[in-house]
Ligand binder design. Sequence first.
Ligand SMILES: [Zn+2]
Ligand SMILES: [Zn+2]
Length: 495
Amino acid sequence: MVRVLVPFSSSPFLPFKTSHLKIKHKGQSSAPMLAKLIVPKGNKQFEGWTSIPLVVFGLVSLPIIGAVGAFYVNLTKATFWFSSFYWVMNGVGILVGYHRYWSHRSFNASLFFQYVIAIFGAAACEGSIMFWAREHRAHHRYTDTNRDPYNATFGLFWSHVGWTMVRPPSGGHRSGWVDIEDLKNDKVVRWQHRHYVVLAILMGLVVPTIIPGYLWGDWKGGFVYSTVIRMVLVHHSTFSVNSLAHWWGDKNFDDKHTPVDSNNPLLAFITGGESYHNFHHQFPMDYRNGVKWYHYDPVKWLIWGTSKIGLTSHLKTFPENEIQKAEFTMKLKNLAKVQDKLKWPKNGESLPIISLGIMLVLSRLVYPKRTLTANAILDKKHAEAQSLILIGGFIHDVSQFLDEHPGGAKVVQSFIGKDSTSAFFGGVYDHSNAAHNLLAMRRVGVLWCGYETGGPEVKDFVPPSQRLMITTYEQRVEMQCREKIPFLTSPRILS
Ligand SMILES: [Zn+2]
Ligand SMILES: [Zn+2]
């Protein structure tokens, strides 16, 4: 097989050799000065980078021309509908073609459909498929690193548009190595790359101006709305995926890197449904970005629709089980964050072990001969009598709760200084889960030899709020080690 090598430049928008354009390098023009404003500061990777004047000029001037033009040129109904149609087709070329087909190979496409998306993709003037898909694959492979061309950790401006305006010094690379052998061997990609400049000018500038001008005489409207404003919208909707979709939203499937799923319908609309970017980075070969049926992802619907008429086929999806597993993991992680913010009852290890005698003394139900320990506790900390109740092996101080007890203070008072376990768990009243959680917060000690650890009945004494507590892998290992040591031996004992 003869392999055709396609000339490839590292400059976006210019997939041909740019030396004849006389773009000067560092020290030769003001380009380095401009580059200094654009490139992220404090990173040696960018030493010697220069700006690309043509791109800078294009990206800055187009919105200005569009805004001024819209002020002076009326938008006719026919031009509005044509511009909208052309904007959609341009988006189809970039989102369906450049992104989901050539960058990720998430489905197969007929040759006719490949040419359609390659031609309309060129209308965005965002570079050839070869350039675009290569950079995008590097973005996925090296996300948030120096080898990621639109590294979101360098800030919104850089990831949105800054990265397109500068290039590395001669011989340098904007992004890390990725495999693009399939693109080099793809005849539509090679054809589009070879004729990219003509296609970009024709489809990006000439056709959208000529059609409104020639067919209904709106040359100015064709230029301002169908060409300039349409192109600006396509540029910034594409750029928004690299910037806003790495910044504004939720990490529903993974939190290792910056991509987020945006729940903002406006961003979903602007990006043509590509704002479900957290999912996309986790499952890039999936033809869907918005995985739920109700997610606004017109690209997904279009690919699915074209598969029904034979234009596309072999739509790839990741196993649902793995998608749900990723989502489940993130839900647990987020719940763990909520868990960390809550106050939890003290466990046996952090409470003193108190004998029944001391418990009665503290409750002033028994007045023993003065022992050193008991007197010290009574004098220093417990000048007033405490209302201590034993439930499930834990001693609880309910002094502050007597008046708040829904069943009345008298019921509680009758159990002070006693083991009220069976009364609490149904003997007198089968308390609610909330009551159990509240009680656990009033623990002040563990009864010496109060109950055995590890038995099935102990589980009932664990407050409901703690029965489903989330533990990390490290915590679990630590707990397994500690289980070998009875907790009663570790705390200090008061007797
Ligand atoms: Zn991304
Ligand atoms: Zn992608």
